[in-house]
Design a protein around this ligand. Sequence first.
Ligand SMILES: *Cc1c(COP(=O)(O)O)cnc(C)c1O
Length: 396
Amino acid sequence: MSFQNPVFIPGPTNIPERLRKACDMPTIDHRSPLFAEILHPARDGVRKVLKSANAEVFIFPATGTGGWETAISNTLSPGDTVLAARNGMFSHKWIDMCQRFGLDVRFIEVPWGQGIPVARFEEILSADTSHKIKAVLATHNETATGVKSDIAGVRRAMDAAGHPALLFVDGVSSIGSMDFRFDDWGVDVAVTGSQKGFMLHAGLAIVGFSPRAVAAYDTARLPRTFFDIRDMTKGYAANAYPYTPAVGLMNGLNESCGMLLKEGLENVFARHTRIASGVRAAVAAWDMELCAASPDLYSDTVSAIRTPEGFNASDIVAHAAKAYGVAFGTGLGEVAGKVFRIGHLGSLTDVMALSGIATAEMVMVDLGLPVRLGSGVAAAQEVYRARPAIAKKEAA
Ligand SMILES: *Cc1c(COP(=O)(O)O)cnc(C)c1O
């Protein structure tokens, strides 16, 4: 592999020079006022990226998976019922975690490539008149299939059913890249990590709690230690942690929020949509299909591309790495061997995306797929010419 080429995996994402430098800092005392100058601005920055006025932001030395555990263990009790949809590897793993915690998971099997079945959720929630369901789990962006689900729709379904369950949203591959509205959507816990939209190394679980979710702590009986939000809250009040924080990464997170907010969240989302549109135009030019079943489901951060029957999609990923030193995402779980993924989130430009599309074409031609060199690149070029990045930003 090459350290010079960008990666096209859907996380960890490319790290801008500025963020690498921000993470590279001398040791400071993590119980000093100097640490407070990193901690509090980083939490404020995350709150803004979440589009929330009141969310309590917790930052753990962990990854997104630790964020899932934070959501569950601080708000629920053994035997509690939760509702979820299983439509990809990440929703699958979150469900698995709930089961390991002894929760009663009512999950709906959804074909991979589809989104959360909002109408079905509404039926189930409406039928649950005794309010046994304590939380609804929603994976905003299924990174395995490139499917975006309708979180506003999930909230509407909960409201229509008059159901008081908490709404937990996995935004690991959407927050900071795709529109995410903590307050507007009535999200109770939002989960992400440092290595996707925030463009940093892996190492932080980043979690937002609504006041209701914080209050649920008082009655929740699942065991929690490392991810205890009450311990964390006490720590924050003293500009510190219950243990040793990942200070360099947190400095990077503070800087990352600054970058996203300076670009403007709407501009960040528009950039992701534009880049994704170019990738999708290339896929169409290759006469291939996305795993996502319909345009309303298309993710702006990752495209999972179906390869022809009988062809092992993982060969594309292996050959790209070996022959060109470029990383694409492999198929996971039920779509292993059937799709390869182009990650297009984080620190990415049109020009970088074009290099990824061009590489994918070389790989597919090398492997005998009926793709014409330059076809996808040309299609993406037309998208990017029609909506130039620089002019768009200046006009905004
Ligand atoms: C990457 C990812 C995760 C898991 O995050 P880790 O940081 O690897 O623990 C969870 N959910 C989604 C949607 C993801 O894309």
